[in-house]
Design a protein around this ligand. Structure first.
Ligand SMILES: Cc1ncc(COP(=O)(O)O)c(C=O)c1O
Length: 420
């Protein structure tokens, strides 16, 4: 098999080959000025348009990462540019000492998309949305129910409360002990979940599909059964839709496709389309769980972020992007499934939220080969590549990736020293 020379026109060779690139210079400054917690990112991006981004050395890439499932409308979408510019020209920030209509309108809009009565608290990120949910559940349930239940392999954020719920020991353990007692169960194992939800359990935090865990959908009926187990034990069900929500799976919220109404739903990522915003939505009685003075945020739900979020929701609705996410996602997964390569084990997920499952832990090599071929993808797990592109991805762009994928896998296989 001939391996296409996919790296030919790109500038990732680094210093010593062609001299220091603009990216190399930024990396050197970054190493000296920024904490090393993100490692050293491979690229410096300078601009984007739709699903395409450009790096500091002028290379372009089809962005199938979307800022980790954030850039729902792609880059520099006119609706967001317009909404944010207009808002900044008027009021950028007022704090929550005062009302502004955008925040109220966004809360009304989210409740109407959920088709539920409830109340919304706005934060600035996913982890803060989950912190609000934790406090809400604790406040409703009281000290007599000290235990939370969450899933192994689940991810709920990096602040201390959300981190305590995050079921990956390499991320969590270095920061133990936590103030929240969490009982972890294997994701998707209904018997284990039901057994864990006892009379001491305040709430259950679940993702409808593991995101950071590698786009692992819940087995059919799992979320419904979790709802029933919570009801039977008097525990609250919190669904973390920070990654799955706002159209990512082809539905506004993944729980709608599963036919489940949680007590609390948390959102962030795609909601702001790139502007920082998170939301904790208490449904029904849970909407009144936090009283006056019991929670807050200086920036949470600020006018600019709310204007962006309203533009995201309007555009998804106006441009039929839920249907488009389902349709283009199906093209992507069918194209991947049609490829026969020893590295390829299959594809998981729905809408524009997919994992390319690999037969060996070669995801890092696949990510590099894809980048050299002009595609940004994410090695979410050692054996899984995450695709979470903007919801505006079109079928032609999807096909350009699946057409390049055999060459990418061949290149990764060569780098791994396996037969291509
Ligand atoms: C399901 C889920 N919950 C929470 C978070 C944390 O969100 P943030 O990084 O905005 O704090 C993430 C981020 O990846 C996530 O995927």
């Amino acid at each position: 098999m001939t391996v296409p020379d996919i790296a030919a026109s790109r500038t990732e060779a680094g210093p010593g080959v062609t001299g220091a690139t603009a990216t190399d210079l930024l990396k050197a400054r970054s190493a000296a000025a920024l904490m090393p917690n993100y490692g050293m990112p491979p690229l410096a991006l300078v601009r984007g348009e739709g699903c395409v981004v450009w790096d500091a050395d002028g290379n372009s890439y089809l962005d199938l990462v979307g800022g980790i499932a954030v850039n729902a409308l792609g880059h520099a979408h006119p609706a967001i540019v317009e909404a944010v510019s207009k808002q900044v020209r008027s009021l950028a920030h007022i704090s929550n000492l005062y009302l502004h209509e955008g925040q109220i309108a966004l809360a009304e809009r989210l409740l109407s998309l959920l088709g539920a009565d409830g109340r919304v608290f706005f934060a600035n990120s996913g982890t803060e949305a989950n912190e609000a949910a934790l406090k809400l559940v604790r406040r409703v349930q009281g000290a007599g129910r000290p235990v939370f239940v969450a899933a192994e392999g689940g991810f709920h954020g990096r602040t201390m409360g959300s981190l305590s719920l995050t079921g990956k020991s390499s991320i969590r353990d270095p920061f133990a002990p936590f103030g929240v007692e969490v009982r972890f169960v294997p994701y998707g194992d209904l018997g284990a979940l039901t057994a864990a939800i006892g009379p001491d359990c305040a709430g259950v935090f679940l993702e409808p599909c593991l995101g950071e865990g590698g786009i692992v959908p819940a087995p059919a009926g799992y979320l419904k059964a979790a709802r029933a187990a919570c009801d039977a034990a008097g525990a609250l069900l919190v669904l973390d839709e920070i990654q799955s929500g706002i159209g990512r799976t082809g539905a506004w919220f993944a729980c709608q496709a599963a036919g489940v109404v949680p007590d609390v739903i948390t959102l962030a990522k795609g909601l702001g389309g790139g502007l920082p915003i998170g939301a904790c939505i208490g449904i029904g009685a849970a909407g009144s769980g936090l009283g006056r003075g019991e929670h807050g945020s200086t920036f949470g739900g600020n006018p600019v972020a709310c204007a962006a979020a309203l533009a995201v929701i309007d555009t998804i609705e106006r441009d039929g992007l839920l249907e488009s996410a389902s349709r283009v996602g199906a093209v992507l997964s069918a194209g991947i499934r049609a490829i026969d390569h020893p590295l390829l084990a299959g594809v998981r997920g729905s809408g524009l939220w997919l994992a390319i499952a690999l037969t060996t832990p070669a995801a890092g090599l696949v990510e590099v080969a894809a980048r050299q071929a002009g595609f940004l993808v994410n090695a979410v797990q050692p054996d899984a590549i995450r695709l979470a592109p903007p919801l505006v991805l079109d079928t032609e762009q999807a096909r350009s990736f699946t057409a390049a994928l055999p060459g990418i896998l061949a290149q990764a296989g060569l780098s791994a020293g396996e037969p291509a």
